[in-house]
Design a protein around this ligand. Structure first.
Ligand code: SF4
Length: 586
C-alpha cells in the first residue's frame, strides 16, 4: 500500500470555469506506477476521440513518478497531450525543479482543460489553485522576462517551478514548447501551442509537504547506492564534463551528424561547435535538475559590447547541448559559436522547439537555393551559415508574417505540402527529425516510438553498436526497439532521467518502489511496460495513426550513413511490421 496518500492525488483544473478539485486515485499507481503510465491512462480518459488539440476540451496532463522526491535522478516531469504538430500522442519530459515542486505540492498529476477568456497564469500552492491575470505578461517579446517577473512576484522560491510559454506558444506556432526555470523545456511536439490555445501563460507550482518511506534504514542504504553509482560511474561523468555536446565531433567523423539540411552527414567545421570547443571558450556554469548529483546542464556565457556604450558589456547565459548544436548549428551550416548562441537565445526567448525551428529553416534555405520558393515568400536571403538572417527568420515564423510563414509555423511537412520540396523536408509523421543520421534504426526508432522522439528507444545507438557490424532484418530491428521502448515506459513512469537508465536496473526499480509502498515484482516489470506502451498505441490507433502512412523524405536514402546497404524498402518493411505490432499490442 502506498506509504503517502498524497502520492495518488490528481488535480483537475477547468480554466473555463476557473474551478478545480482533487481526486485520490491509488489504483492508477498500483497498475501503471506513475509518470507516463498514469498520464497515458488519464489522456485516454480525458481527451475526447478526434478532438482538435487546440480546442478547450484537449487536456494537458503533467505527471511525476513515485520516486520523486525520494531518490536521486527521479527528477523529471512528463507532459502528455494531443500534439497539434502531429495530431497524435504528444509526450515531452522536463526536469528543472518541476518534479520536486509538483510532488511537494502533494500531487502526482495535474490535468488542465478548458480555456480562459483572458490570459491567465496559475499558482498551485499545496493543493490550492489561484487563477491570476496574465494580461500584462501576454505579448512580451522574451519569455526570460516573463520568468524574471514571476520569480520576483510569486512566493515560494526554493521548491518552486515556473513553467511559461513565449510568443511562439501565444501565437500557436505548432512547434512551440514550454520553458521551465530558465534552461529546461518541454520542448517537442507543441505543448506551448496547447498552453497558448487555452490562454494559459504560465504555471507556478510550489509546496512544502513531508513524505515518508516504508523503511528508513533500507532507504538510506539504497539512496547511498544510487548516489555513489551516479557520482562515480564513468558514463555519468561524461554527461557532467562535456554533456551531450561531447558527441558532436564523433558523430560528424562517423557521418551521422545532419548537416545543411542533411545534404551531408559530416560537418567540416564540427570542431568549431564541438562540446570541447564550447567548454574551452564559453562554458560559464553547469547546473542540475533538483535532486540530481550529476549536473549535465551546460550553460554558455556570451559577453557582448553594448552598441551604445563601448565600456559596457552585456552578458547572456545560454544553455546548449547536442540537439541545439545539431539543429541551430550543423543543420544550418553555422559554425561561429557566438552566432550559434545568439540564434539559440532568440529561438528560446520566443519559446520555440529549437530542433523543429532549425529543421524548418534548413528546409526553407534549401528550397530557396533550389528555386522551389523565392524571396517573395521568405522575404529574406536565407543562406546556410548566415545566423543573422536566421534570427530574423525566427521572428517571421513566430509572427506568422505571411502565407509562407503561416505554413512554416505548422511544421516543415505542412510547408512542403504547400510549396514543394517534400523530398528534402526532414520530418517524419509531421515531427521534425532529431540529430541522428546514423543508419536505418535511428529513423525507424523515431517513427515507431510512441511519441516520435529519438528518446523513445535507442535506434541511433543500435545503428552504432549492432547494424554497423551486421545489418539485421528490419523486423528484428523493430522487435528490439520495441523491447527497449517497453522498458523505457518503466523509466518514464518513475520518472527518472534517461541518462540514469544504466543505474535503474529492474532489481533497483523493484527495491525503490517497495520503499514507497508499491509492490512490483522484478519479473512483472516488462509486462507493465508493455501495458503502458499499449495505452499509448491505443491512443494513436484511436486517432487514426498508422506508421506505414508516415512520409519518408527521399533525402534519408540519398545521404550515406555509417550503416550501409539499406533502402526505402527496408524502412517500409520495418513500418509494416511495426503497424502489426501496434495493432496486436493495443
Ligand atoms: S543528468 Fe542532467 S537532465 Fe538528467 S536529471 Fe541530471 S541535470 Fe537533469
Amino acid at each position: 500500500m502506498l506509504k503517502n496518500r498524497s502520492q495518488a492525488n490528481i488535480l483537475y483544473i477547468d480554466l473555463s470555469k476557473k474551478d478545480y478539485y482533487i481526486k485520490n486515485r491509488p489504483e492508477l499507481l498500483d497498475k501503471y506506477i506513475g509518470g507516463t503510465g498514469i498520464a497515458a491512462q488519464l489522456l485516454l480518459e480525458e481527451c475526447p476521440e478526434g478532438c482538435d488539440p487546440l480546442s478547450p476540451e484537449s487536456p494537458i496532463i503533467l505527471a511525476v513518478g513515485p520516486l520523486t522526491p525520494f531518490f536521486p535522478l527521479a527528477s523529471k516531469t512528463v507532459a502528455l497531450f494531443k500534439s497539434p504538430l502531429t495530431g497524435n500522442l504528444g509526450e515531452s519530459h522536463c526536469g528543472g525543479r518541476s518534479a520536486i515542486s509538483i510532488a511537494s505540492a502533494q500531487l502526482t498529476a495535474i490535468v488542465i482543460k478548458g480555456k480562459s477568456k483572458k490570459p491567465v497564469f496559475l499558482t498551485i500552492d499545496n493543493e490550492r489553485v489561484y487563477f491570476k491575470d496574465a494580461t500584462t505578461l501576454w505579448g512580451m517579446d522574451s519569455n526570460f522576462t516573463t520568468g524574471r517577473i514571476l520569480r520576483q512576484h510569486e512566493k515560494g522560491s526554493g521548491i518552486r517551478t515556473i513553467m511559461r510559454i513565449g510568443k511562439g506558444g501565444e501565437n500557436k506556432v505548432l512547434f512551440s514548447g514550454v520553458n521551465v526555470e530558465t534552461f529546461r523545456h518541454f520542448g517537442r511536439l507543441g505543448l506551448g501551442a496547447v498552453f497558448g490555445s487555452k490562454h494559459l501563460k504560465a504555471l507556478v507550482i510550489t509546496g512544502q509537504s513531508t513524505l515518508e518511506v516504508t523503511d528508513n534504514k533500507e532507504y538510506k542504504k539504497v539512496y547511498k547506492e544510487i548516489y555513489e553509482t551516479a557520482t562515480e560511474s564513468k558514463l555519468m561523468n561524461k554527461y557532467h564534463d562535456l554533456g551531450t555536446a561531447g558527441n558532436v565531433k564523433g558523430l560528424s567523423d562517423l557521418g551521422g551528424l545532419p548537416t545543411r539540411n542533411l545534404q551531408s552527414g559530416s560537418f567540416e567545421k564540427a570542431d568549431d561547435i564541438s562540446g570541447e570547443s564550447f567548454a574551452k571558450e564559453h562554458l560559464g556554469r553547469r547546473l542540475a535538475c533538483s535532486h540530481c548529483p550529476v549536473g549535465c546542464i551546460h550553460v554558455a556565457t556570451l559577453r557582448e559590447p553594448d552598441p551604445n556604450d563601448p565600456f559596457f558589456f552585456k552578458t547572456s547565459m545560454i544553455g546548449y547541448d547536442y540537439e541545439p548544436i545539431f539543429a541551430a548549428g550543423s543543420m544550418l551550416g553555422i559554425h561561429e559559436k557566438k552566432g550559434f548562441l545568439r540564434l539559440v537565445h532568440k529561438i528560446d526567448s520566443y519559446g520555440l522547439d529549437v530542433m523543429s525551428a532549425g529543421v524548418a529553416m534548413g528546409w526553407a534555405t534549401e528550397a530557396l537555393e533550389k528555386g522551389v520558393i523565392t524571396e517573395k515568400e521568405t522575404q529574406l536571403k536565407l543562406k546556410f551559415g548566415d545566423w543573422k538572417t536566421y534570427r530574423e527568420c525566427v521572428k517571421k515564423i513566430v509572427d506568422r508574417e505571411n502565407d509562407f510563414y503561416e505554413h512554416l509555423a505548422q511544421g516543415v511537412e505542412i510547408a512542403s505540402d504547400k510549396y514543394g520540396g517534400k523530398e528534402f523536408a526532414m520530418a517524419f509523421g509531421k515531427n521534425e527529425m532529431a540529430g541522428y543520421h546514423t543508419g536505418p534504426a535511428a529513423h525507424i526508432g523515431l517513427i515507431i516510438g510512441s511519441r516520435h522522439s529519438h528518446l523513445d528507444n535507442g535506434g541511433y545507438s543500435m545503428d552504432q553498436s549492432e547494424l554497423m557490424k551486421k545489418l539485421l532484418p528490419p523486423e528484428e530491428v523493430v522487435d528490439k526497439l520495441y523491447e527497449e521502448e517497453a522498458w523505457r515506459q518503466i523509466l518514464s513512469s518513475l520518472v527518472v532521467c534517461f541518462f540514469a537508465r544504466g543505474i535503474y536496473s529492474k532489481e533497483l526499480v523493484t527495491k525503490t518502489l517497495a520503499l514507497v509502498g508499491l509492490d512490483f515484482a522484478e519479473n512483472d516489470l516488462m509486462d507493465v511496460g508493455n501495458k503502458i506502451l499499449a495505452l499509448k498505441h491505443k491512443f494513436k490507433l484511436r486517432e487514426g495513426f498508422k506508421f506505414s502512412d508516415v512520409r519518408l523524405p527521399e533525402r534519408i536514402f540519398e545521404t550515406p550513413t555509417p550503416v550501409k546497404n539499406w533502402d526505402r524498402k527496408y524502412i517500409e518493411d520495418a513500418l509494416a511490421h511495426a503497424d502489426k505490432f501496434m495493432q496486436k499490442n493495443a
